[in-house]
Design a protein around this ligand. Structure first.
Ligand code: MEV
Length: 328
């Protein structure tokens, strides 16, 4: 008896860090973001096959499980696939729900996997647009920066309504990411800030403008490889995020620890209200990772796109080629 070969499609997309400009970017200001060398992978199998998650290949430290139903339904609708025909599984070595772009990575990987499953060749711009629709399910009113940086896997300057500008760092930007323990949701902090802004826009608009100026200065610092300056700008951005009311006592403690341990700069990244901080280092990142570990926080080094040692170097599994054959 002949059995049909199960149709299995796998697609992975990276997480991201916002280097500067989160929240203000929702209000039309600029932000800088980069994809990182951690991934979410979606496996799609024809129903009746086995959607075995590729957790082993990716190095599972994040979540594994099926794609959330609402996102799956919407992605299926956007790619013209019947969700009843398929089974899905997700695996990740990207920490989930901490502001590192896990929902954008899931959205992009899912759209690409479903499109491939349906035999469609989607251009990156079409992937990005569909992933943005999924991001609305996760975040309510996203600016679009997360799905953009995750789709194109690079270092970008982003401003709503303007063309995305890929950047090249003048020298590597060595980061340590540390994770807070408090549960959080980007949607909540974005909504909370919007409510405060609606009541007193005159208080928040100048803060957004200040962040915009920092972003512009940081873009130059990244281009010329002036890490000292970039660190100082990140510190200033964190102070403004505190004034926006999106930091927490724990995030402030983590930022203080990073600076006391020699980081050039540190700030919360993403939505805040808990989640992750990024720390810019001189080079010896292990010492900072150890300092966080001793204090009870999980931390890891990460390489961002847009520099010599980008995602390529960290991707020893070699499985994250983009559709056009270029390495992510
Ligand atoms: C989330 O990664 C960044 C925020 O600015 C929200 C957004 O831009 O959609 C907080």
């Amino acid at each position: 008896m002949m059995t049909a070969t199960p149709h299995v499609v796998r697609s992975a997309a990276p997480g991201k860090v916002i280097l500067l400009g989160e929240h203000a970017v929702v209000y039309g200001r600029a932000a800088l973001a980069a994809s990182i060398d951690r991934y979410v992978e979606v496996t799609v199998t024809r129903a009746g096959g086995s959607a075995c998650p590729a957790a082993v290949a990716v190095g599972a430290v994040g979540a594994t499980g099926p794609v959330p139903i609402q996102a799956l339904r919407r992605a299926a609708e956007l790619t013209g696939v019947n969700p009843a025909e398929l089974e899905t599984a997700v695996s990740a070595n990207l920490p989930v729900g901490v502001g590192l772009g896990s929902s954008a990575a899931l959205s992009v990987a899912l759209v690409r996997a479903l499109a491939e499953f349906a035999g469609q060749a989607l251009a990156d711009s079409a992937v990005c647009a569909r992933a943005f629709e999924l991001e609305k399910i996760f975040h309510g009113f996203p600016s679009g920066i997360d799905n953009t940086v995750v789709t194109y896997c690079c270092l970008i300057a982003f401003r709503r309504g303007s063309a995305v500008r890929p950047l090249v760092a003048g020298r590597p930007v060595p980061l340590v990411v540390a994770l807070g323990g408090a549960p959080r949701e980007t949607q909540k902090t974005v909504r909370g800030l919007r409510q405060r802004w609606e009541i007193r826009p005159e208080l928040y608009e100048p803060l957004f403008d200040e962040i915009d100026c920092l972003v512009s200065a940081a873009e130059s610092a990244i281009g010329t490889g002036d890490l000292q300056r970039l660190g100082a700008l990140m510190n200033a951005n964190h102070a403004l995020l505190q004034r926006l009311g999106v930091s927490t006592g724990e995030l402030d403690e983590m930022v203080a620890l990073a600076r006391a341990s020699g980081a050039l700069g540190a700030k919360l990244t993403g939505g805040g209200g808990g989640g992750a901080v990024i720390c810019l280092c001189h080079g010896d990142r292990e010492r900072l990772v150890e300092a966080f570990t001793r204090a009870g926080w999980h931390a890891f080094s990460t390489d961002i796109a847009g520099q010599d040692r980008g995602i390529d170097a960290a991707d020893d599994a070699g499985r994250f080629e983009r559709r056009d054959g270029a390495r992510a």
